[in-house]
Ligand binder design. Sequence first.
Ligand code: A2R
Length: 316
Amino acid sequence: MTDILLIGDATETMRARMAAQFTIHELADMADPLDWLKAHGANIRYVATNGHDGIKSEYVEALPNLKVISCYGVGYDAIDTAQAVSRGIWVTHTPNVLNAEVATTALMLMLACYRNLLADDAYVRSGKWQTDGNAPLTRTADNRTVGIIGLGRIGQAIADKLAPFNAKILYHARNEKPVKYTYYSDLAAMARDSEVLICITPGGPSTHKLVNADVIDALGPEGILINVSRGSVVDETALIAALQEGRLGAAGLDVFEQEPKVPATLRALSNVVLLPHVGSATHETRAAMGALTVDNLLHHFKNGTVISPVPECAKM
Ligand code: A2R
């Protein structure tokens, strides 16, 4: 049997499929992972991990015969791809199969912010509807100007799902695309022209705090910020200050700078909707992601190639 290192959790189906071909060693079972890997790492040819845990560079160094790091998730900023490429190790991820789900999460957050979903739910539960009368009016989610930061696979799915809401779509990315939406190379300028900003870029150094105090101020007191990308993309301290001071209207956040830690100051705000990083977390979509994660491993085991490499590895 070939040895595989499992980092983080995996579904029962993933475990069963991996166990049929590989001997699984779980990082979570190792008292001192680095010690264990230094002693046994030469046998490990495969790693299954996820976008949150990735793999530490020192672990990769302890695995001299590693062939594939298969990531359960589309974001792979927790994996050092330069190190992997220099060693000829494939890094794979799960693009496309989660586009619709993450887009639904973005819309859910946007709708919850505009229609004050959480406050209205609390209004019914508290009994106030009966004692105080009808809940206050909210604001419509229709006919809004929405700036999408990162018009890739998921960004396009978000734009598609916004069509029935008659949204006007603006976008910011590194490069202009052959689409009917309006391109902004200047993010703050797009924020000024947007009523909602939706972040769906990758994480990592190039997008670190891309949404800074200037962008947040440009979005303004009526504006809504939605983040379904990575916590690192938004300056969380600047965001909290703007929400506290009414310089930003509301925020819908699925991701945070230091998950699962969410600052108490953010949790105390009433103009936020907070989710525990569940953008793709449905049974159906996680099953599809799990299948592709394992397919990449098995494909390499049988054919020596992978199905969905990250772009950095595409030319290997
Ligand atoms: O390379 P471009 O011009 O297509 O732009 C990409 C954009 N992007 C950026 N935009 C502004 N500044 C940057 N430094 C920057 N880096 C990348 O993000 C592209 O439009 C978009 C990413 O699209 P995809 O590669 O198709 O990713 P996908 O599948 O939509 O997933 C996005 C992220 C994942 O990396 C996870 O972090 C998260 O969604 O779940």
